[in-house]
Design a protein around this ligand. Structure first.
Ligand code: ATP
Ligand code: MG
Length: 366
């Protein structure tokens, strides 16, 4: 562990609303660090994405990849545009390339209530939600990314891959997360979400989970089939703590989680590997609302908070942890009164309104 106080951040705004939500995020991160003091960062904006591919024929330039490799962390907006594709028809998704290239196996996707929001699905008992989905992000069904086959016009196949090496690292990471949440008053529950009753690959996944869980007797480790997990996320989400699952299942369940707390614009994520990490919202480039000033920057800002926390822990930098806590507090305070209502929840607060409300809290908070 190195004791670092200045960090270099590779910034990829990307496509669509990624271009709109990145600037508010970087400005708020800088303001939070300046308020706390003792920590700073340089942000270097780099090109990649579908628009860049359209203009240059390259989706992730080697020079961008190199700068990302050298940086302390990577901040990403969103990438991909529906009408810009590779010649084989697949989507342009350098964010997925990062996961494979840097071995970012743990996709951490918190589902946490922000008080004051009125999600579409009412939570009648007013329980606060605070759980995390860890989505394996380098194999599973996504291992087939760009490799599936179509035979004639009659049959198509994709392959789901589970390896012991990645699964062990994924479970060890997740169990450590469960333990650290337990130390901060969490439930100490870690649930492996699979479909072990039908697929050999998932039976293998579950077996490795059970093996790794043995080293954590203080945690309550259990299993759930993915269909039951979907039901439980809607009926008793307050009982959940840490869930760990395969790539495709995690992709789907984390969107469900985002819906529970108010929508995609509130759902942050981190893709973490042994040496690198990418912080980006769960959502995509949202071409339907791009260029209109409607994008909610909250998920991007909370992804930035996760970055400060990860840097703070990795480099033993207390001020980075403090700046993260301050910025999360500012987001919470901005929404707490219930008067800041974003477009996705039927209000008229767009990107600038949310940014200004969070900035005002950041300046005022003790
Ligand atoms: P991906 O393939 O990258 O997951 P997607 O096709 O699932 O992307 P998103 O871009 O995530 O689509 O958008 C899904 C829906 O959520 C869209 O209707 C979009 O308008 C809405 N949405 C996404 N992000 C935001 C945001 N930050 N603020 C408001 N609405 C958003
Ligand atoms: Mg999606």
């Amino acid at each position: 562990m190195t004791n670092k106080t200045h960090f270099s951040i590779a910034v990829f705004p990307g496509d669509g609303i990624g271009q709109e939500i990145m600037k508010p995020c970087v400005t708020l991160l800088e303001a939070a660090m300046a308020r706390v003091g003792g920590v700073s960062a340089s942000f270097e904006e780099l090109p990649a994405g579908a628009a860049h591919f359209r203009d240059t024929g390259e989706s992730l330039p080697e020079a961008s990849l190199k700068r990302a490799d050298e940086a302390d962390a990577i901040l990403l907006g969103a990438m991909g545009l529906p009408d810009v594709r590779y010649p084989d028809g697949t989507e342009i998704s350098p964010q997925i390339d990062f996961r494979f290239r840097f071995g970012l196996y743990a996709g951490v996707r918190p589902v946490r209530t922000i008080a004051g929001l009125q999600p579409m699905l009412n939570n009648p008992s007013a329980h606060e939600l605070d759980f995390v989905i860890v989505r394996e992000s380098t194999e599973g069904l996504f291992a087939s990314h760009g490799r599936g086959e179509i035979k004639g016009d009659e049959e198509a196949r994709d392959t789901l891959v589970i390896t012991r090496d990645v699964s062990q690292r994924l479970f060890d990471f997740t169990l450590a997360l469960g333990q650290s949440r337990q130390a901060q008053g969490g439930k100490g529950r870690v649930t492996c979400v699979d479909k072990a009753n039908v697929f050999k690959s998932f039976a293998f996944f579950r077996k490795i989970f059970d093996e790794r869980a043995e080293a954590h007797p203080q945690l309550d480790c259990d299993h759930m089939y993915v269909d039951a997990a979907a039901l439980n996320m809607v009926t008793r989400p307050w009982d959940l703590d840490v869930m760990v699952t395969e790539n495709m299942f995690g992709d789907i369940l984390s969107d469900l989680g985002a819906g529970l707390i108010g929508g995609m614009g509130y759902a942050p994520s981190a893709d973490i590997g042994d040496d690198h990490a990418v912080f980006q919202p769960c959502h995509g480039s949202a071409p339907d609302i791009a260029g209109k000033g409607l994008a909610n920057p909250t998920a991007m800002v909370l992804s930035g908070v996760m970055m400060l926390e990860w840097l703070g822990e990795k480099h033993d930098c207390e001020p980075a942890l403090k700046a993260g806590k301050l910025l999360r507090g500012a987001v919470d305070a901005a929404f707490a009164t219930g008067t800041l209502v974003t477009c996705e929840l039927g209000g008229d607060a767009g990107t600038t309104a949310v940014f200004e409300a969070v900035m005002a809290q950041l300046v005022e908070l003790p």
